[in-house]
Design a protein around this ligand. Structure first.
Ligand code: ADQ
Length: 498
């Protein structure tokens, strides 16, 4: 392709972001091209960073195989931005078998449940593993083609655990490699269940800098390295791991959301109108207290235990019947994996059962939708919610909790009910109403506490939450990670000179 190589702007090093998911999707139908844009907080944060510094984003060219033009690896994005705000999107094309075994297989039937302590859900086989390794090779090849001296390669997440080590033989010493692990890192006692634990750890030690959301995960990662790799020497105070191929520094960089963008979206006319239609379409009574949850339909998000807790709440608090509406927005996810399709069925059934049990002629306790909700509408919905229930069984960070806080206002803020099992709970702690998601009794008390909280206490907690999540807004996070990898590279060069 003749797309321009990622140019380096200002004094910053050129950045090569690498992720499984692409930030823009191009679909050609004859001559007509449709570009869909990123929606998630992370992808728009990284997109903004690349637009600023220039560079390349390498990702799986996910799309409808009949429609995408498969021989064109690179395009310039965003298509409608001025030239000095564009960068190169370089796609790695995968065939159906590769997607099945690498993405739905090893990534999401082994690593995802393993890292979320869902060991009974892990399904491992040699084909998943070998394809995972092959696809990581494809990514490493694509990176090696694009990277030049002093560049920073920034890998995202668990789909690419082997690529860093593979880069060792493909890149010159002066290219820095860093990776962000977006999901939890489990204890060694869990991680050792993986038949490829050592290879995965060695793969990740190909990074100069390996980053996680909270200190717990860093501690677990270092303990895994300590237990599994006899050749590694750990400096526990600095988080440095010395090994055959060099040094890997393991650090903590919590990821946040874009506070201004959410606040802006929540107050736009589109947001307000979107919210009005949402309320009308779903027959929500404006006078009821609005309880809200927004999740991908994933077993780690604790949706079923939440529904059971709500059922128990309605059972034991009859005075609240007719007075509240619980809205669950769910996005379908990984549906070809049985654990996910079964979950979708179970959620549908639980919602129907609870509604049947408690609904009256003019009131329904649960509104459940899997429809796409536009960003503006979603943030307006967050703003209008009285309580947000973020109750995962385990979650690397959880951005929804932060999006809810970002959308609230000081005058009459809502209450965040937050699972102790979410990474974000380590950071905001008791400013939220904490619940243990597995304990129905405690969960119900949490809902009762949130419903009866005085406006003074709500304001106090909101200020505390808002103050806390400001520290790691997504733009701050991007800059801190990039500054850190750059400073590690500089001190490395200086040491080599001595
Ligand atoms: P996820 O598991 O996807 O991310 P989360 O952090 O909650 O979880 O982020 C989901 C994002 O998708 C949020 O921005 C949310 O608003 C959006 N979203 C969800 N449902 C939606 C819907 N129906 N419509 C529109 N938007 C929707 C992984 C880890 C997390 C970690 C993030 C970032 O599992 O623990 O916080 O990466 O590192």
């Amino acid at each position: 392709s003749d797309a321009p190589a990622g140019d380096q702007r200002d004094e910053e090093p050129a950045v090569i972001v690498v992720s499984n998911r692409q930030p823009y999707r191009h679909e050609w139908d004859g001559d007509e091209v449709t570009v869909s844009r990123p929606t998630g907080g992370l992808s728009s944060g990284l997109d903004a960073a690349l637009r600023e510094v220039g560079g390349t984003w390498i990702a799986w060219g996910d799309g409808d195989a009949d429609k995408v033009v498969v021989d064109d690896d690179c395009v310039t994005v965003p298509p409608d931005a001025p030239e000095d705000e564009q960068y190169t999107l370089n796609r790695v094309w995968l065939d159906e078998d590769e997607v099945d075994n690498y993405y739905y297989g090893f990534s999401n039937r082994v690593l995802w449940p393993l890292c979320h302590n869902a060991l009974t859900t892990v399904r491992s086989n040699v084909q998943y593993w070998e394809t995972y390794r092959d696809v990581n090779e494809h990514f490493a090849d694509a990176i090696a083609t694009r990277a030049s001296a002093d560049d920073v390669v920034w890998l995202q997440d668990y789909h690419l655990a082997l690529a860093p080590q593979m880069l060792g033989s493909r890149l010159s010493e002066d290219v820095s490699v860093t990776q962000f692990w977006h999901i939890p890192w489990p204890s060694w006692d869990t991680f050792r269940a993986c038949p490829h634990a050592e290879e995965l750890l060695r793969g990740l030690l190909g990074n100069d800098l390996f980053c996680v959301h909270v200190p717990r995960y860093r501690k677990h990662f270092l303990e895994c390295v300590d237990a599994a790799l006899p050749e590694a020497v750990i400096d526990w105070s600095t988080g440095q791991v010395f090994h055959r191929d060099g040094t890997t520094t393991v650090e903590v960089f919590p990821l946040g959301v874009d506070l201004d963008r959410i606040d802006r979206h929540a107050s736009t006319a589109e947001g307000r109108e979107g919210l009005e239609s949402f309320v009308a379409d779903h027959d929500i009574d404006d006078d009821t207290e609005l309880l809200l949850s927004v999740d991908r339909l994933d077993y780690s998000k604790g949706i079923l235990t939440r529904l059971f807790a709500l059922e128990h709440f309605l059972e034991t608090n009859p005075e609240w019947r007719g007075e509240l509406t619980f809205v669950q927005v769910g996005t379908e996810s990984r549906s070809s994996i049985p654990a996910y399709s079964e979950l979708q069925t179970d959620i549908g059934e639980a919602v129907a059962r609870i509604n049947e049990r408690f609904a009256t002629a003019d009131w329904k306790p649960i509104v459940y939708t899997t429809d796409y909700v536009a960003n503006e509408t979603l943030y307006a919905l967050f703003r209008s919610a009285d309580i947000c229930l973020v109750t995962p069984l385990r979650d690397g960070m959880n951005l929804v909790a932060q999006e809810f806080v970002a959308a609230q206002t000081d005058a009459d803020p809502g209450v965040l009910v937050l699972s102790t099992m979410a990474g974000v709970h380590d950071l905001v702690g008791d400013a939220a109403v904490s619940v243990a998601p597995y304990d129905t009794t405690q969960f119900v008390s949490g809902i009762e506490e949130a419903l009866s909280m005085s406006v003074d206490e709500r304001r106090e907690r909101f200020r505390e939450l808002h103050g806390e999540i400001q520290h790691y807004e997504v733009s701050v996070w991007v800059n801190e990670v990039l500054d850190r990898i750059t400073s590690l590279a500089t001190s490395d060069r200086e040491q080599n000179r001595v």
